[in-house]
Design a binder for this molecule. Structure first.
Ligand code: ADP
Length: 399
């Protein structure tokens, strides 16, 4: 694997890793999970495609990274790309210098669960591979092309100018990848208007014009927008004061409820997992059926809402665990968008499952595509671009 890029995604108790070859065909990947607990372990796939399972009891992030990097060092990665959820107003992937690390630290109040974990990973890999270029690729960067009328909230201006309160958007690497790939497959590379629906445990929508994000459903935090596994998405902003006044809950308890006990889980009282809900609904569970209906209706409403910034519409792209796998959810969502003229090819829709990309419209109206997301591949690509830019700058200095 010459010129491979190592992609690291450090979460609060897990680390996803992928070593991506130059042409993004070969991957060694896996997950270190349950970090800091007795059950800490690494699960992954080796270079030979064999499953890897390694118990690392009580290992923390630093120790897990040491083990992982020790196993991968002999592949001589040319750079490390770190997924970073919040980059504030940074507009593209950046070489990790002390100034950029400070920008990530400064954005911590906007992503208190994610950015501190990313910083732990960044510091550990910098200690272990001091000679390698390390690049941060931000979930927020793709959405920095949104116009002010899409990213500002209608609240007093000082909250924006003094406290950075605005809409940022997330899942940027996924929306960027699937919109580029979909438009390429359609023969309209980065041309015209596209809507993307990234539907996983976290879900968001995005409107893209000529390759640039012009609006998205997530906002200051990843809580805004569509219904998710355990997150409520949009609610009346007065819900906080209503609950505080009537139930006596403090703001942290309300926040936890909206982030961890709401969404599909809250509506169904059963599960945050779409597969479980579809099965339950087919066996007559009415709460599961309602959770699915609210999910699809709100999703369609979000797509319709953000489409108003697009001069024309080429098509809609589904991705993420739910978007890639569930013909049922795609059909219901498209059904709510009938005013747009979408027409589904039902047989085509029913055959597309994880890992398969394809077009599922009936040939009239806007296109509909399923594109499996590839966030690791996109992070590797952006990392490679920064490394190439740095090499060009160096060569120009020598010349
Ligand atoms: P994450 O956001 O954590 O990366 P994924 O993109 O893997 O998550 O998506 C997880 C979601 O995808 C879960 O709700 C899961 O139920 C759903 N999912 C996976 N396969 C199917 C399927 N065949 N039908 C419906 N939902 C599915």
């Amino acid at each position: 694997m010459s010129k491979a890029i190592l992609v690291i995604n450090c979460g609060s108790s897990s680390i996803k890793y992928a070593l991506v070859s130059e042409r993004r065909e070969d991957r060694i990947y896996g997950l270190a999970e349950n970090l800091g607990s007795e059950n800490a372990r690494i699960k992954g796939i080796t270079a030979g495609g064999e499953p890897l399972e390694l118990n690392i009891p009580n290992a923390n992030h630093q120790q897990a990274l040491e083990i992982l990097l020790g196993r991968l060092a002999h592949y001589n990665p040319q750079a490390i790309g770190h997924r970073v959820v919040h980059g504030g107003t940074l507009t593209k992937a950046e070489l990790l210098t002390p100034a950029i690390i400070q920008r990530i630290r400064d954005a911590t109040p906007l992503a208190p669960l994610h950015n501190p974990a990313h910083l732990v990973g960044i510091e550990a890999t910098m200690r272990l591979f001091p000679e390698l270029p390390q690049i941060a690729v931000f979930d927020t960067a793709f959405h920095q092309t949104m116009p002010a009328h899409a990213y500002r909230y209608a609240v007093p201006k000082f909250l924006y100018t003094e406290h950075n309160v605005r809409r940022y958007g997330f899942h940027g690497t996924s929306h960027a990848y699937v919109s580029e790939r979909g438009s390429e497959l359609a023969g309209q590379f980065k041309q015209g208007g596209w809507l993307t629906a990234h539907l996983g445990n976290g879900s968001s929508t995005c409107a893209i014009w000529n390759g640039n994000s012009i609006d998205t459903s997530m906002g200051l935090t990843p809580l805004e927008g569509v219904v998710m596994g355990t997150r409520s998405g949009d609610v009346d902003p007065s819900l906080h004061s209503f609950i505080a006044n009537n139930l006596g809950w403090d703001i942290y308890k309300i926040d936890r409820m909206l982030n961890s006990q709401s969404g599909l889980l809250g509506l169904s009282g059963l599960s945050n997992d779409m597969r479980t809900l579809i099965e339950a609904s087919e066996s007559g569970n009415e709460d599961a059926a309602l959770a699915i209906e609210v999910f699809c209706y709100r999703l369609a409403k979000s797509l319709a809402g953000i489409s108003c910034g697009l001069p024309t519409l080429n098509g809609l792209i589904f991705t993420g665990g739910i978007g890639e796998n569930s013909a049922h959810i795609r059909e219901k969502t498209v059904g709510y968008l009938h005013l747009f003229g979408f027409k589904l090819d039902k047989d085509g829709n029913n055959t597309l499952k994880r890992g398969t990309e394809g077009r599922i419209d009936a040939g009239t109206g806007p296109q509909i595509w399923v594109i499996p997301t590839d966030e690791e591949g996109r992070i590797a690509k952006e990392t490679e671009c920064v490394v190439e830019e740095l090499q060009q700058i160096k060569q120009a200095e020598i010349a």
